[in-house]
Write a protein that binds this ligand. Sequence first.
Ligand SMILES: [Zn+2]
Length: 256
Amino acid sequence: MASLAQTSEAETIQKRPLKEDVFDALHEKIVSGKYKPGEWLRQDDIATGLGVSMTPVREALDLLVAAGLAERVPYRGVRVREMVTKEIVEAYGLRMILEAMIAQEAAKHITPEQVRVLEKMLAEMGKYRSLKDVSHIRQLSREFHTIIAESSNNELLVKVYAVVANAFPDWLLYEAIFRKPELLKSSMDDMQREHTAILDALKKHDPEKSIQKSIDHLMESGKWLAEYLDVPAELIREKEEQASFLLKMKNKENAA
Ligand SMILES: [Zn+2]
């Protein structure tokens, strides 16, 4: 049995397309701030640097654009996405409303299989606590939220969420950890605790609690936007108040 498992694992690694390895390498450089917002991602430089041909680099750049980390400028090439405050705040406000909807629907429709996958991912994310893992943690965490969105059993919501999640510069928040490595452990611990709380509420099929825990989690990134990306706190608060008005969210005092 063990050798069978090893064989299939080896096959999986061999079958992994090269473009995904190139994507991971570029993703790591963006998340760690080695490529700065606005910086051009030159195909030939990347191909030479990684010792690969142009095709996987081109495909990896497409993946980066699709994931919202880079943008294609006609006749110029691809560069790391640069975001202005207005775009960041808009994405934050929309995420707030969508995540609440997702949490509510997911609490009703999540399947035991999806719960099992999310539990496995939580355990996986809990293993990593070093700077070199941050890029991988970011990808896992994105996947975690995508699976929660899928568990809403609402295809249009999943699609809209993907657009909005890609518009939200969470990778810049991870980049802040590279500038302030002393935040690594506490932020990873907080994230793990918040993800666990969301999953617990979903497992209990408790829509109200799922909404609350999802919003709490998102508001933590709101604090980071203000603290480390210099987004004016009053603009963040404005979006939070708008969402709370629209969602008629109970405040913490009422919930307790
Ligand atoms: Zn998260």
